[in-house]
Design a protein around this ligand. Structure first.
Ligand code: C2E
Ligand code: MG
Ligand code: MG
Length: 754
């Protein structure tokens, strides 16, 4: 930052600088104004002095003229004497009437006694007083009688506020001395008279005699402070007592002569100073603003650069997956959109594959997320061994990948899908772990199975669902039927929420009987949905959709609560209530607070945990081995029984069931259906029953419809049976009657025993 920048760095500094400039400019302006005023004063003073000189000359002329007149009158008196006295008297009276400022003119004898006097009316009463000074100046007069010089008496204030001055002129000198001519006049009137009209308005005049102000009398207040600019003294009789005249310019002529320049200078100069300060302030501020602007511009540019970089990074983050470095869902969509656009007019079949690892969750849960992540990083490498450079791979999320490829024929695409699946066959070796993982693929062909990326992804996902359902480790191609199925599922999921609120769901119960004596030992709670359109929706269907869409939580809670409240009712009427089997779906288990919710319900309906059998399919059990085991152990600890439902359809091995706190194995209906005729089913059922018995578990056979099936089960030492042979699932009220009265299958029981 330069010095000036620093100086003007802040608005305060700019203001201070502007203020200093204002002060300096005002000071300079004032000095200039003062010099103008001084100049002007000097000019005026010169002017006044000049005027004063004129007045001086006028005065001298005037006074001398009077003195001459007095001397002439004295000389004529001396010449004529008292003989021709009347002519002289006339002359003097005439003189006095011509010179109005005279109060009196008279003749004194050598003893200073008045011989004759011509006086104005106003002064009559004071005539003596007027001549009294003569006595006061007796010495001077005696001397004058010898020298012939005239004597001026000191001024006397007479009533009316006027000073008078008296001249004494000797008549005759020495031995011929015959007296004095005394002339008294009003000083102000005389002065007025003697100053020429020309100057009267222009000047202010003050006259002192022997230190006393004699004109004007009384002195106006303003004269105290008035600046007298010129003056002169007249000592007529040479006795050292001069009359001092002082002059100044009258206010009106001062204004007349005063130039507007100083005023213009001070006003204009002040305005210019202020303007200068403002301009300085603005200029500095503008400079400062310019600096600030330049700095903020720099900062802005830097920020823009940083933002661009950040945006690029963000873009990369937004469009790419940090783990595998592949385009993520957003990025994939963008790439795929470009691929669709570029493929226009290109020959061959464009296909989008939805690739999903089978049971990746298990790998993650059992071997740890870190290893799961490493596996996910390996997948693109493995895919690269069968894909071409032009093919696209993106990560859609979790263990799902999107693959886009163009091949001449559909068969080529399907072959590619097979190659991808095969490429996983030789397993993965990560951190000394060697494991195998399969995948399922859903394929959507462009443009038959979708014209937009979103449609293609969704339809490939639907096909993937199909591939998973069909047993995994395979691919499925999207078809129109799948679309309608998917649509149906979508409608269904929407309907389920509505149906729950509208009370369209209810719970029915199917008895479970003891194979030994066909007594009622338990009930399985099964959900029923009476759709508002009149038909029943099969549980398998809505349960699956509910699981897929997440509404299973609410649905399961509803079934559980209803079953428990029904059981609480039944408990009131029977001593030994039957066990209650409730189906628990994978999604419910996964929710995490399942155990807590269940405990709360048990507490609310005051039901012993021992009465509750939780039916969980083996698929759900192995889905998350560690966590499910912990949860099931917790439930088992509080007394609940765990039942493996539909046993035998999956990968079940009784060996691994050892790891779980399982009390009952429910043999899938599939083995029971043809039990009487199918030897293999017989062998399997027998083995399950005996192995379970060895492991301390009880067995239930599902779907028992016929007596021969029951008979075989008895042989195999199966513990319990459930099926239409005994009862279809029935309403809660029907169960109440069963519990208190005769069991409807009693006859069957008797038959079977015989
Ligand atoms: P599941 O748990 O295996 O239930 C037994 C199914 O077999 C029931 O079908 C029952 O009606 C049927 N069944 C019983 N005896 C016979 C028979 O002798 N012959 C034939 N053909 N079928 C018989 P349902 O009620 O249609 O239920 C189907 C599945 O839906 C259930 O299979 C269960 O997995 C699921 N499910 C039903 N209710 C619920 C529920 O509240 N929660 C959950 N998560 N799943 C439920
Ligand atoms: Mg069941
Ligand atoms: Mg079952």
């Amino acid at each position: 930052m330069s010095a000036s920048e620093r100086a003007s760095g802040t608005p305060q500094a700019a203001l201070l600088l502007a203020f200093l400039i204002l002060i300096a400019a005002l000071a300079a302006n004032y000095l200039f104004y003062r010099s103008l005023v001084d100049d002007q004063d000097a000019t005026l003073e010169r002017h006044v002095r000049q005027l004063a000189e004129y007045v001086h000359a006028d005065m001298l002329d005037g006074v001398n003229e009077q003195i001459l007149a007095h001397q002439r009158m004295a000389a004529r008196f001396d010449y004529h004497g008292l003989e021709d006295w009347s002519g002289w008297q006339r002359e003097v009276s005439l003189f006095k009437s011509h010179h109005a400022f005279y109060h009196a003119i008279g003749v004194l004898d050598p003893e200073l006694e008045i011989i004759w006097i011509e006086q104005s009316d106003a002064a009559t009463s004071d005539a003596r007083l007027i001549f009294a000074p003569a006595r006061y100046h007796a010495g001077a007069l005696r001397e004058a009688s010898q020298t012939g010089e005239f004597v001026i008496a000191r001024p006397v204030l007479i009533p009316g506020g006027r000073f008078t001055l008296t001249f004494y002129h000797p008549i005759g000198v020495g031995v011929a001395h015959r007296g004095f001519l005394a002339a008294t006049f009003s000083v102000p009137d005389a002065v007025e008279r003697m100053i020429s009209d020309m100057f009267r308005d222009e000047l202010k005049l003050r006259v002192r005699s022997r230190g006393e102000i004699v004109f004007p009398y009384p002195e106006p207040d303003e004269f105290n402070t008035y600046q007298w600019q010129a003056g002169f003294a007249i000592d007529l009789d040479g006795d050292g007592d001069a009359m001092e005249f002082e002059f100044g310019l009258s206010e009106s002529s001062r204004q007349q002569y005063a130039s507007a320049l100083p005023r213009v200078a001070i006003i204009g100069g002040s305005a210019v100073s202020l303007l200068l300060a403002i301009v300085t302030f603005l200029a500095l501020n503008a400079g400062r603003h310019a600096n600030v602007l330049a700095r903020s511009n720099n900062r802005l540019e830097q920020e823009i650069r940083e933002r661009e970089l950040a945006e690029q990074e963000m873009e990369l983050l937004v469009t790419h997956d940090t783990l595998t470095g592949l385009p993520n869902r957003t990025g994939s969509t963008r790439y795929l959109e470009r691929i669709l656009a570029d493929s226009e007019g290109e020959k061959g079949q464009l296909a989008l594959m939805f690739f999903d690892l089978d049971q990746f969750k298990d790998i993650n849960d059992s071997l740890g997320h870190q290893l799961g992540d490493q596996l996910l990083c390996e997948i693109p490498r493995r895919l690269a061994t069968v894909l071409k450079d032009r093919d696209f791979v993106g990560r859609h999320g979790g263990d799902e990948f999107l693959i886009a490829a163009i091949r001449p024929l559909r068969e080529d695409i399907e072959q590619l899908a097979i190659n991808i699946l095969r490429s996983l066959d030789h397993g993965f070796a990560i951190d000394d772990n060697r494991f195998f993982v399969s995948a399922s693929i859903g394929i959507a062909y462009y443009s038959e199975s979708g014209e937009t990326v979103a449609d293609l992804i969704q339809n490939a996902d639907t096909a993937l669902f199909k591939a998973k359902n069909a047993g995994r480790n395979q691919f499925a191609v999207f078809t129109r039927e799948m679309f309608s199925q998917a649509q149906h599922r979508l409608n269904l999921s929407r309907d389920i929420r509505h149906a729950l609120d509208a009370g369209q769901f209810r719970v029915v119960y199917q008895p479970i009987v003891s194979v030994k004596d066909l007594s009622l030992v338990g009930l399985e709670a099964l959900l029923r949905w009476q759709h508002e359109k009149g038909y029943q929706v099969p549980p398998q269907e809505f349960i699956r959709v509910a699981e897929e869409t997440g509404v299973i939580g609410r649905l399961g809670e509803f079934a559980l609560e209803r079953a428990l409240s029904d059981l609480a009712e039944w408990k009131k009427s029977v001593k030994q209530p039957p066990g209650l089997a409730v189906n628990v779906s994978g999604a419910q288990v996964r929710e995490g607070d399942f155990a807590e919710k269940l405990s709360m319900l048990l507490h609310r309906y005051r039901i012993q945990p021992e009465l509750i059998h939780l039916e969980i399919t083996e698929e759900v059990l192995i889905e998350n081995l560690m966590r499910n085991r912990r949860m099931l152990e917790k439930l088992n600890d509080i007394g609940m029984r765990i039942v493996v439902d539909d046993f035998g359809v999956g990968y079940s091995s009784l060996a691994y069931l050892k790891n779980f706190p399982i009390s009952v194995v429910k043999i899938d209906r599939g083995f029971i259906q043809d039990l009487a005729d199918d030897h293999e089913d017989q062998a399997i059922t027998r083995t399950i029953c005996s192995l379970a018995g060895d492991l301390g578990m009880q067995t239930v056979a599902e779907g028992v419809e016929r007596l021969d099936q029951l008979e075989l089960l008895r042989q195999f030492k199966c513990d319990f049976a459930q099926g239409f042979l005994f009862s279809r699932p029935v309403e809660a009220e029907a169960i109440s009657t069963m519990l208190t009265g005769e069991l409807p299958w009693r006859n069957v029981a008797t038959e079977a025993h015989q």
